[in-house]
Design a protein. Structure first.
Length: 398
């Protein structure tokens, strides 16, 4: 009995964490909840004690997220009434940096954002999606999908690196479709949700119900299709689901971290289905796009940045939108410490400088050094008397 109770409260906290993860960026989730752990039940099993590594995280969760956690708790379990956050040495220590603290995820979580019927987060809309040169074509295609659901671009497949806005765009398709076609059935899920649901149905003997559930949707949105890799039995089921939806002109939307043709571990017929509609890359933002995104996101969180600060940030950012959000988080905390909306370059240079991975200019010496290492030759061979023979050899090898 004791083991069953332990499994129950651990699973309960894991379910709550799953809901929280849908609301936060990866960096914020990992900072505040990545090292949390369900510890024990107290007060006759009515209070779940959750451990976190330090007082700062404890206070931040209590201030920003406790209302959401308690709402989710009531839905998940009517016997456990409250959550108590404590500082415990057992959870793995996570270093909290100012970069991951404030910004779009600073406000308390609102459970009402997630629509239980379609699993969509209402904050991800086309209106909130920042359009810039690097994503305007993909965004226009996504809107076209909604306008001609099941007719234009079916399936619709978006691929790109982490943090460039794929999930936002996928959910924007679902949210817009829900407004335009209130009577259709829509569902958003990650590929892992489908995989876990399928295996659970196998164990429970409810595969028939599982199949019927997904075949009823007029718009099915599947995030992170690359996780289908190596799941042969499950892919067999998904292949038949895809065919059934497609033959009924029901819209299917996918995202992945790579082009369908580069998805290893997935059989050719499924790759062919992924590629049969429109496949578009959501690329990393270029310099112009980074400036547009930075300015708009700063505006939305009430920050005023001078041009010198903007130029410095966009020059040194290597990643996508999430990295921009992380930098704004850093600046936002600095703003709060100064109690001012106006941020100037001198205020934030040192803080930003420690959080940005700087781009390094590559010299000809770097190229020569790396080339010599790769081909196992010395610099003397490159610059010495026999350099002609050396370079001819490199050309042949290349």
């Amino acid at each position: 009995m004791e083991t069953q109770k332990t499994t129950t409260f651990i699973t309960l906290w894991e379910n709550i964490l799953t809901a929280i993860k849908q609301e936060l960026t990866d960096s914020n989730y990992n900072t505040w909840f990545g090292s949390s752990k369900a510890m024990w039940l107290q007060d006759s099993g009515t209070v779940l004690v959750v451990g976190v590594p330090n007082e700062f995280i404890k206070n931040w969760i209590s201030k920003k997220y406790l209302s959401f956690i308690n709402k989710k708790l009531k839905e998940e379990n009517d016997e456990i009434k409250n959550i108590k956050i404590i500082v415990s040495s057992k959870p793995k220590q996570t270093k909290v940096t100012k970069r991951n603290t404030i910004g779009s995820d600073d406000t308390p979580l609102s459970f009402e954002r997630i629509d239980k019927k379609n699993n969509l987060n209402k904050k991800y809309s086309f209106k909130e999606f920042i359009i810039s040169p690097h994503n305007e074509y993909v965004c226009a295609a996504a809107k076209a999908v909604v306008n001609k659901l099941g007719v234009a671009y079916n399936p619709f497949f978006i691929f790109g690196n982490t943090g460039v806005g794929k999930t936002h765009l996928l959910q924007a398709i679902g949210n817009q479709a829900a407004v335009m076609y209130p009577n259709i059935k829509i569902y958003y899920m990650s590929s892992e949700t489908f995989i876990n649901g399928y295996y659970n149905a196998l164990q429970d003997g409810t595969v028939g119900d599982f199949k019927t559930k997904y075949r009823d949707y007029h718009l099915l949105i599947v995030d992170d299709a690359h996780f289908f890799k190596g799941k042969a039995k499950m892919l067999e089921e998904f292949f038949h689901l895809f065919n059934d939806l497609y033959n009924k002109n029901h819209q299917i939307v996918f995202s992945s971290d790579r082009h369908p043709q580069e998805l290893d571990g997935i059989e050719e017929r499924m790759i062919s289905r992924f590629s049969s509609g429109m496949v578009l890359e959501l690329s990393q933002p270029d310099v112009e796009s980074r400036e547009i995104i930075l300015k708009e996101k700063a505006k939305r969180v009430g920050l005023e940045l001078d041009q010198k600060t903007i130029d410095f940030v966009i020059k040194n950012i290597n990643g996508g939108i999430r990295e921009i959000e992380g930098i704004l988080n850093t600046i936002s905390m600095h703003k709060d410490l100064k109690n001012s909306n106006k941020i100037v370059f001198s205020d934030v240079y040192s803080v930003i400088n420690t959080n940005i991975k700087h781009k390094r200019d590559i010299s000809y010496k770097d190229v020569i050094s790396k080339t010599c290492d790769f081909f196992d030759i010395s610099k003397e061979e490159v610059f010495g008397k026999n350099k002609k023979n050396c370079f001819e050899g490199l050309i042949v090898i290349s």
